[in-house]
Design a protein around this ligand. Structure first.
Ligand code: KQY
Length: 365
């Protein structure tokens, strides 16, 4: 397959479209590692399957799996879901897959970010991560899509959201974290984002969700619903450590404008009640020296903001919480052109992320 392009998307006229732009398909990976997913990942496979089936109602889905799990994934997923072999270290394609970029001539390319398992040797979630770092390249090869490789610049897809009109939103907690790109200054990181995503303006929220093991990915904290309109994870409970984080983000968004000079409308999306891992859940996970330890009682980074927009639908995390219905209603009111489909996602949350983290949309070129 061809070597990565040596130019940048900005030089070549490619940009990252918003998530609501039409997709040709969504990518997922199949969970299996027993030191992150309890009971040999069987409950997680069920949860991922429900997400894949929900998305497949709206657009094609491709699921990448290890060779060992290929037959099992094929057997559990509907026949209309394509299964392909993609070796990986874990199933978080938002972060290990390509970030696609398009141009105005109907062409598509992709960014293949350097990946270090959310923090490398200082704070990363597992070792090794070499297979994860090949996922974007393999997806591009399967689709015959040319790619840009951001050698020397670590980024995960969950750390960025764009409005497709020149604005990118991220968090300082993640992108300025010393465990990502300690050799780059803030202006240098901003230049990388401009070059690879072709954006003009960056909104820097201070922090993400409390206790998020990704170091505060934006896709759990806030997202665009349309240009000029941000949905922000929120709690009114001043005793909750999340309150200060959400309040600081709200103040920031109220004080800043987007790339087009628009004032931002912010809608608060309540968090579910604080969710913690149970003894029984933690018990089902294999202990491994090179994987992040899980502890009973630990607060999980649960947020309804971690949904995926698909063609005509919104695949929304549901936690079996009293706030589930309200969250679905907020999105149904704000996005009447999308059918809101809640999918139980506690099992995915136990692995450290949610529906947006386990999916990667491929825009229609
Ligand atoms: O939230 C994400 N984008 C990924 C979470 C990874 C957790 C790994 N245990």
């Amino acid at each position: 397959m061809p070597a990565p392009l040596t130019s940048t998307p900005r030089e070549d006229g490619f940009y990252m479209p918003a998530e609501w732009a039409e997709h040709s398909q969504t990518w997922m990976l199949w969970p299996e590692r027993p030191d992150n997913w309890r009971y040999g990942a069987k409950p997680a496979q069920k949860a991922y399957t429900a997400v894949a089936e929900a998305i497949a109602r709206f657009e094609p889905v491709t699921v990448g799996t290890s060779a060992d799990q290929y037959e099992n994934a094929c057997a559990r997923l509907s026949a209309n879901i394509r299964v392909v072999e993609i070796a990986n270290n874990d199933a978080w394609v938002r972060d290990t897959g390509p970030t696609f970029v398009i141009n105005n001539e109907g062409q598509i390319r992709a960014n293949d970010w350097e990946f270090n398992a959310w923090g490398g040797l200082t704070g990363g979630l597992y070792q090794p991560w070499n297979r994860d770092d090949q996922v974007a390249q393999k997806i591009c090869n399967l689709e015959r899509i040319e790619r840009y490789r951001s050698e020397g610049f670590v980024l995960e897809g969950g750390a960025i959201h764009v409005d497709g009109e020149g604005t990118l939103m991220t968090t300082e907690e993640c992108l300025l974290n010393a465990n990502r790109n300690p050799h780059l200054s803030r202006p240098e990181i901003e230049q990388k984002l401009r070059d690879y995503l072709n954006i003009d303006h960056i909104l820097w929220l201070p922090d993400g969700i409390y206790n998020d093991e990704t170091n505060g990915h934006i896709d759990n904290m806030a997202c665009f619903l349309k240009p000029g309109h941000v949905l922000l994870a929120w709690t009114d409970d001043e005793q909750d450590p999340q309150h200060q984080r959400s309040k600081a983000a709200l103040h920031y968004l109220e004080a800043h404008r987007d790339a087009k000079g628009r004032k931002l409308t912010v809608t608060k999306m309540p968090l579910p009640q604080p969710l913690t891992q149970t003894e029984e859940e933690v018990d089902g996970i294999d202990w491994a020296a090179k994987a992040w330890p899980r502890r009973a009682g630990e607060r999980m980074a649960a947020s309804y903001v971690n949904f995926l927009m698909v063609n005509g639908g919104i695949i929304l995390p549901a936690f079996g919480d009293t706030k589930d219905e309200g969250a679905a209603n907020i999105l149904a009111d704000l996005c009447p052109q999308h059918e809101v489909v809640p999918v139980p996602s506690r099992e995915i949350l136990l692995g450290g992320g949610n529906i947006h983290c386990i999916t990667q949309q491929q825009p229609k070129a």
